[in-house]
Write a protein that binds this ligand. Structure first.
Ligand code: NAG
Length: 342
């Protein structure tokens, strides 16, 4: 499809889905006219976040901003860097930090705009180029002399696929979860409506402030839906853990930088970014929770990666949601271990 037609389609979808999002917001307001705006004040982090067994909280300056990360394990061991998705933060990797801290120096970051990391203002501070450079610079600080293992999920994956493609020299192995390569995603969007409809929220996120309102309404009920109802297999996802997410994304202005990742996606400066046609030779593991509501399972078909990767292993986890590393930590860790020991 020509770029111009794609652009028209994008604008059309933005209008349609913004309208639908607005109706959803209106429905919520009508349902609870006297309490929809009420939120609990969250000044103290829930106990699960300050639990020292996760690791040590550290701050690292890279690419001009201050990053917050949680690290554990012997610093002389190889680095295993964890990059989370939307709307999450370092805590999404709690089960992996525990599992791999004896074999690696494990470090889970808060991405730019998230959690305790700096949150530069404006949409243009969240271009793919800047996000990519964040990861490259962090690795140069954390592991200046040797290759590392990169582990990424969702938006972290979007950025990491590109980092691995452009900087193969930095990586020993790459593990990515419920996130297709951009080329695979683009092919799916242009081929039919199925994936485009599942991506409705990306178009909705293009409008100002309404997405933030919808996520924060009824004291961040969206997070209960996402994590308490949305995680299909993990019965242990406690109220305290959902509180950790609500704490991180409140007050409501903390939702804006993460949503700005989506708002920046369609900006002209971002679209110009071209892909290296070089195949990815870094051994790659794609783990896929099959019951992902936002990403079609065909995005994890092996044949889709024939022209992208020379060495890819794909492991699908049946019955598991998009948040695969939290929903099915045991199987996820097992697949990771097998791949790392190969
Ligand atoms: C990026 O963030 C900085 C710091 O918040 C701000 O001064 C600058 O104007 C922002 N740049 C853009 C393009 O929005």
């Amino acid at each position: 499809m020509a770029n111009f037609h794609l652009l028209i389609l994008v604008y059309f979808l933005q209008i349609v889905f913004s309208f639908l999002g607005f109706l959803m917001l209106l429905f919520q307001i009508i349902r609870r006219p006297f309490s929809f705006y009420k939120t609990k004040s969250r000044n103290v982090p829930p106990a699960c976040l300050s639990d020292p067994s996760h690791g040590t909280h550290e701050y690292i300056t890279a690419n001009g901003i201050k990053f917050h990360c949680v690290s554990k394990g012997d610093p002389s061991k190889p680095l295993m860097l964890f990059v989370h998705g939307f709307p999450e933060f370092w805590f999404s990797w709690q089960y992996q930090l525990k599992e791999f801290c004896n074999d690696y120096r494990v470090v889970a970051i808060d991405m730019r705009g998230y959690g305790e990391t700096d949150k530069p203002a404006g949409v243009r501070n969240y271009t793919i180029e800047i996000l990519k450079e964040d990861i490259v610079q962090l690795i140069k600080v954390l592991s200046p002399d040797r290759k590392c293992i990169l582990v990424a999920h969702d938006w972290g994956g979007v950025v990491s696929w590109r980092v691995v493609q452009n900087h193969p020299e930095l990586f020993h192995k790459f593990i990515v979860m419920n996130c297709p390569h951009a080329k695979v995603y683009r092919r799916a969007i242009t081929k039919g409506w199925k994936q485009t409809l599942k991506s409705w929220y990306i178009f909705f996120f293009q409008c100002p402030w309404i997405p933030e309102m919808l996520l924060a309404i009824n004291d961040y009920a969206a997070f209960d839906d996402m994590f308490k109802k949305g995680l299909f297999l993990n019965k242990d996802f406690s109220d305290d853990m959902v509180e950790a997410f609500k704490y991180t994304f409140s007050p409501r202005r903390n939702l804006t930088p993460p949503i700005n990742y989506y708002r920046c996606m369609f900006m002209s400066s971002n679209r110009k970014h071209s892909y290296s046609s070089q195949k990815i030779e870094t051994p790659t593991l794609l783990i896929w929770g099959e019951r992902d509501l936002a990403l079609d399972m065909s995005l994890s078909d092996k044949k889709e990666y024939n022209d992208i990767c020379t060495d890819i292993t794909i492991k699908r986890i049946p019955g598991c949601s998009h948040f695969v590393q939290q929903d099915c930590p045991h199987l996820t860790n097992q697949h990771m271990r097998e791949f790392l020991e190969q």
